[in-house]
Design a binder for this molecule. Structure first.
Ligand code: PMP
Length: 433
């Protein structure tokens, strides 16, 4: 047998051949080779608690999922131009989970593809071009999904390089945004209205509005109460379509709701999902109405070679089966609420914690140097993540200031792991910052 590859050699080889825009998380990343539930194991056998992976919804290395993939691979894998039962079953299941009227499904391979397609659907159905999006958002890497992404952490030049059809509106971040506090909804809604009226005055039409249902890239921040309920009608009054990007929060992660947009009490015209729906299998979907899907036919037919393949459908359906059988939405609610409470206790003890954002197993812990000025504790957050790594926890920062811990573990996170995470965080924060 060949001698085992040393982690540093593998990293060197990665740096030589794996294109550099694809970053890795850590200065000295562990080389991982195995996963189980919310745990990862490196080549030395060391265990890490994975508190960041919102793709592995049902957990790493789930035997039932592995069996389903193996079974389907050995039976058949082809594309959706052929007729097989799995594509009917999975589309029907997704449509039945979506709100009434959203009964038509496109199956693709990623969140970026889903968002790209959603934008093209809005263009086709409205006959217009302009899309309003939120500042600080991230929606993907393909041309259109990247165009509506203005996250400065991902691209410091984002604002200078957006195409003219993209109209970003103020990020509705009631903690550190332009308007603050629980009463800020109307100010944020008015900001959207001003942007739309400016478009009206220029005689430009509106194709749609895209927003995450919970502001993920900014740190798992819940949108101000009633925000989408006020914004969606303003979009629709102009003939635009409302796109809910549920790639991070859909579905089940909030625990209290299956879909993220339910938290805002709205029903979108187009839903995009990916990430957790395939537990790591390249799988994404756009769910919309038949009328919107049919409007797209004027642009020709739609075909994604691997989208909706028998293997992808089998995996997508098995993820849903596991979520149901293992009560993972309920777990996200119960363990998520417990974790949020514990993190709020930490906030009472450690002044570096500004606020705990989010809901269920979609939380953000925001660090500030001063609670009054809310100066972002960017360097401290990076150092805390490095320190947590040394204590066996995988955690990373997010937000334009990279000062929010993104806490979005597999939905099977148990109480023991939640307690371990809080204890280690408490230890690190007690070391003085
Ligand atoms: N939308 C959101 C909200 C996302 O967080 C992401 C990925 N981080 C995407 C879209 C793009 O998904 P993917 O990486 O699967 O292309």
């Amino acid at each position: 047998d060949a001698p085992p590859v040393q982690p540093d050699l593998a990293l060197k080889r990665r740096h030589r051949h794996f294109a550099s825009p694809q970053k890795h998380y850590y200065a000295h990343p562990p080389q991982i080779e195995r996963g189980y539930r919310e745990h990862l194991f490196d080549t030395t056998g060391r265990a890490y608690l994975d508190m960041v992976n919102n793709v592995a919804t049902v957990g790493h290395g789930h035997p039932r999922l592995a069996m389903a993939a193996k079974r389907q691979w050995s039976l058949l894998n082809t594309n959706s131009r052929f007729h097989y039962q799995a594509v009917a079953d999975f589309s029907e299941q997704l449509a039945s989970l979506a709100p009434e009227g959203l009964d038509t499904v496109f199956l693709v391979n990623s969140g970026s593809e889903a968002v790209d397609l959603a934008i093209r659907l809005a263009w086709a159905a409205s006959g217009k071009r302009n899309i309003a999006s939120l500042l600080e958002a991230y929606h993907g890497w393909t041309v259109a999904s990247d165009a509506v992404s203005t996250s400065l952490a991902d691209n410091p030049r984002a604002l200078e390089t957006r195409p003219s059809w993209v109209h970003p509106v103020t990020a509705p971040n009631s903690y550190r945004g332009e308007f603050r506090g629980p009463e800020s909804t109307s100010a944020y809604v008015a900001a959207v209205e001003r942007a739309l009226m400016a478009m009206d005055e220029r005689g430009e039409g509106l194709a749609g509005f895209i927003a995450e249902s919970v502001f993920g890239n900014a740190g798992g921040i819940l949108l101000p109460p009633g925000y989408l309920q006020a914004v969606y009608p303003m979009i629709r009054a102009r003939g635009g379509l409302c796109i809910a990007d549920e790639v991070q929060v859909g579905y089940g992660r909030l625990g209290h709701y299956f879909w993220g947009f339910e938290e805002q009490g709205v029903v979108p015209d187009i839903i995009t999902i990916a990430k957790g729906m395939g537990n790591g299998q390249p799988l994404g979907a756009v769910i919309t109405s038949r009328a919107v899907a049919e409007a797209f036919e004027q642009d020709g037919y739609f075909f994604a070679s691997a989208g909706g393949s028998p293997v992808s459908c089998a995996i997508g359906m098995t993820v849903l089966d596991i979520m149901r059988d293992e009560n993972l939405v309920q777990n996200a609610r119960e363990v998520g609420d417990f974790l949020k409470e514990k993190l709020e206790d930490l906030a009472n003890q450690h002044p570096l914690v500004g606020i705990v954002h989010g809901m269920g197993l979609y939380l953000g812990l925001e660090f500030v140097r001063d609670r009054e000025s809310r100066e972002p504790a960017t360097h401290e957050t990076a150092a805390i993540c490095e320190r947590l790594q040394s204590l066996g926890i995988i955690m990373q920062p997010t937000g334009d200031h990279l000062n929010v811990l993104k806490i979005k573990p597999p939905l099977c996170l148990d109480y023991e792991s939640a307690n371990f995470f809080v204890a280690m965080l408490d230890k690190v924060l007690s070391e003085g910052w």
